[in-house]
Each structure stands twice: as structure tokens, then as C-alpha cells.
Design a protein around this ligand. Structure first.
Ligand code: ZN
Length: 422
């Protein structure tokens, strides 16, 4: 995942353009995702797919002719979606087009102007303060014209048409945690799920933020009814604890599965309620869709100082954190895949587990104690109305342990699957 992030980092992405295409082609080396192209001007609900933006070169020369800001050095130097310009101007006129962070004077901010024609440059405030008076030359070789919005989609069919949706935004240039971490994690999650038998179908969307999810929803309204659970993946490579932002409905299976996995993960975590601000869960959870889609991140959206600055770079994310995040995602998938209803076939008093080799004759170890408790809970609550996740929560035991107990009891003929979900 980290190596993939390193490859994607230098590419200048935006909500449209060749940077997105190039990034998706790199992902196609790992998973066979489909690339969709939606023409500029296409109406998508209340929005219109914008013109396509591409930038080749952009710089500012100071009065001595030295390039003091250069897009080649860092993609963040150019206001994303800047229109072309080539002119000379005074420092005070130029300042109207310069963006800095006075509170974090060493960092370059990340700024965009997708829906209002503009141009500009972003630079460290420290450098901004040293710009001498005089005439500057400004050059932006970009194009903003009829083209396409590009997104990637990977659909993995399962036994049922019911699906789990994973969505991540691909529109940020040269920012590692936001959101190469989400892109890399979902790519490898998809690759791993591909190799396993699946009950659910899984859909992975690699889309530009906001306009991408709106476009996908507008073009795929007929598919939405199959989405049972979903996660928006972002901010998954930093050292912070985990954050799960609930779906708008708040108590769906994905909300419970995510919270359950985090509770037993050994990592610090926080659960927060839905709010109509953040990433693409805003669109999936808009009232007309109201899907069971949450947002599972590490550090929380907008709360860390590196957020949307040049400090969100490749040293801000680490392979170990990406790996821990992937493990959490995989466990959530396991819970969803295996959460089912069972019936105890010997409900009148406890069955004699010892006779069946299910009860440790010499007890004592805490591991075996937990295994036995899991078995007793599964037997007691498998009355057709409690799912394995219900049982795990009630027992305060990890889902995996409850699932193992369930499998052992099934093998012993004490439990029957009710296959509520096919
Ligand atoms: Zn962002």
C-alpha cells in the first residue's frame, strides 16, 4: 500500500483530467477496475459535470526573473482548476492570487476553485513575506474545456446481489493521508476479497469527491436498492486512533459492525454521529438515498494540523498504520459476511458439551474460558432472533470467537443456520 502511495503521490489529480486517468491506470495493475468517462455538461441531479481541467506548467517569476513559485516542485503550488494566464503584474496585484497559511508559515496550503473561474498560487507564508516589490511574470499553461469526468469502479459479484459499497475520493493532488491512504487501502482490500468466497457482492468506487458520488448515484439509481452496507474510506495512514462516523440512520448493521470491530481491535477509537459534512457519505446519506454508509478513518476529518497542507506528505503516513487500517476493514467485511441467524437444535437445557468434546475437561486458561463462554452464549441466544453480531455484543466477546464457537456447534449438530441472508 505504501509503495502504491509513493507511485501515486507525484501525480497532479483533480476532480477531472489526466491525473485521475493516470492514477486509475496504475490501480488497474492491481485490480481490473472499469474506467468510466462522463461528458462535461451531463446533468447529475442538481449538478452538472464540469469542464475537464489539465495543467502542464505553472510558475511565477520575480522582478529578477527567478522562478519563485513552480508547479513542477509541488502540485499544491497551483490553485487546483486555475484557468490559463500569462501576464506581468505588480506584487500587490499578484497578492490577490496568492494563498498562504499565516498560522502554519512553513506549509503550502491545498486550495481549489472548481466551480468559480479563477487562478492562483499557494505558497508558504514565510516565503510570501520575503517577496520583493516589483513586476512579476505569471504563467499558467492549463486547459479548462469540454471533456470528461473520470472514475473507476470495480464490482466483485458474490452469491447474492446484495452488496457492500466502498467508496473513496481520488481528486486530491499530492496529499498522502487525504486521500492516497484510502485509495491504496481499498485497492488492496479489493484484491484480497477477490480471492475469497463471498456472500455479498462488493463494489469499489474510486471517484472525485462530491461530484463523483453525485454522478455515480445519478447514473446508477437502479443499483442503489442492492446496497446493504457501505463505508467511505479516507484518512487511513496516519498515526492517530480510529474514528467511525455513523451512517445517517445511525443503528444499521454497518454501524454496529464497525463499532464492534474497533472495540475489540486494541486500537484507540472514537465513534461519532452522522453530520452532513465530511466526505461522500454526505451524498450516500442524503435523504433521498439514506443508505447505510459510514465513514471509517483514523484521525478525524479536518482536525489534524497537516490536513490539506504540504505536511500531509509521504512521511505523514506509515506502512504499519495502513496495514492496521486494512486489518480493521477486513474484519468489518468478515463480520458483515458471516453475521447470520442460527437455531439451537437442543434448546431444552444445555446440551452436554463434554460428551461431544466441546468442553475442555481441564479448564483454566483464559482463552479456553472465553471459547466456552462464546459457545454458551451462542447456544443460549440462537433462538432465531439474535444474529451472531447480537450475540457477540451481548457477550462482550470478539465476533471471530463467537463465529468459531458457532462453527464448532454446527459441526457437532447442535446448531442449524437459518440463512436469513441467503
Ligand atoms: Zn480533502
Amino acid at each position: 500500500m505504501y509503495a502504491l502511495a509513493e507511485r501515486l503521490f507525484p501525480i497532479c489529480r483533480s476532480i477531472t483530467g489526466n491525473g485521475v486517468r493516470q492514477s486509475l491506470q496504475i490501480l488497474r495493475e492491481i485490480i481490473p477496475l472499469e474506467v468510466h468517462e462522463v461528458p462535461s455538461g451531463t446533468r447529475v441531479f442538481d449538478w452538472v459535470v464540469p469542464r475537464e481541467w489539465n495543467a502542464r506548467e505553472a510558475w511565477v517569476r520575480d522582478p529578477q526573473g527567478r522562478k519563485v513559485i513552480d508547479f513542477q516542485d509541488n502540485n499544491l503550488h497551483l490553485l487546483n482548476y486555475s484557468v490559463p494566464v500569462h501576464r506581468r503584474m505588480s506584487l500587490s496585484a499578484l497578492k490577490g492570487h496568492l494563498y498562504t497559511l499565516p498560522g502554519q508559515p512553513e506549509l503550502i496550503p491545498y486550495r481549489t476553485s472548481y466551480y468559480q473561474e479563477s487562478w492562483g498560487f499557494c505558497l508558504p507564508h514565510r516565503q510570501f513575506e520575503t517577496l520583493p516589490e516589483g513586476e512579476y511574470e505569471v504563467f499558467i499553461d492549463s486547459s479548462l474545456e469540454q471533456g470528461h469526468l473520470t472514475y473507476g469502479e470495480f464490482y466483485l459479484p458474490g452469491k447474492t446481489k446484495e452488496e457492500v459499497l466502498f467508496s473513496t475520493h481520488i481528486c486530491h493532488p499530492s496529499l498522502a493521508n487525504d486521500n492516497l491512504s484510502g485509495i491504496c487501502l481499498l485497492t488492496f482490500l479489493a484484491q484480497e476479497l477477490q480471492k475469497k468466497p463471498r456472500r455479498y457482492s462488493h463494489r469499489f468506487l474510486f471517484i472525485p469527491g462530491t461530484i463523483g458520488s453525485i454522478t455515480w448515484l445519478a447514473r446508477n439509481e437502479d443499483k442503489v436498492e442492492h446496497i446493504r452496507h457501505g463505508l467511505v474510506a479516507s484518512l487511513l495512514g496516519d498515526s492517530g486512533g480510529f474514528t467511525y462516523k455513523k451512517s445517517r440512520r445511525g443503528n444499521t448493521e454497518i454501524d454496529r459492525a464497525a463499532e464492534h470491530v474497533l472495540k475489540h481491535s486494541g486500537h484507540p477509537y472514537e465513534i461519532i454521529d452522522f453530520a452532513p459534512y465530511g466526505y461522500d457519505e454526505r451524498q450516500y446519506c442524503s435523504p433521498g438515498f439514506n443508505l447505510a454508509v459510514g465513514n471509517l478513518t483514523r484521525s478525524r476529518f479536518g482536525t489534524f494540523p497537516e490536513y490539506h497542507t504540504s505536511a500531509d506528505n509521504l512521511s505523514f503516513i506509515q506502512p504499519q498504520y495502513l496495514q492496521d487500517s486494512l486489518e480493521v476493514y477486513k474484519e468489518v467485511v468478515e463480520v458483515l459476511e458471516d453475521n447470520d441467524l442460527f437455531e439451537n437444535l437442543n434448546p431444552k437445557c444445555e446440551p452436554q458439551l463434554g460428551r461431544r468434546g466441546l468442553y475442555d475437561a481441564i479448564g483454566g486458561g483464559s482463552e479456553s474460558k472465553a471459547r466456552q463462554m462464546a459457545m454458551l452464549w451462542v447456544l443460549n441466544l440462537s433462538d432465531g432472533s439474535h444474529s451472531l453480531l447480537d450475540i457477540a455484543e451481548r457477550a462482550g466477546l470478539p465476533f471471530r470467537l463467537v463465529l468459531q464457537a458457532c462453527r464448532a456447534l454446527q459441526e457437532a449438530g447442535l446448531l442449524r443456520g437459518l440463512s436469513a441472508k441467503g
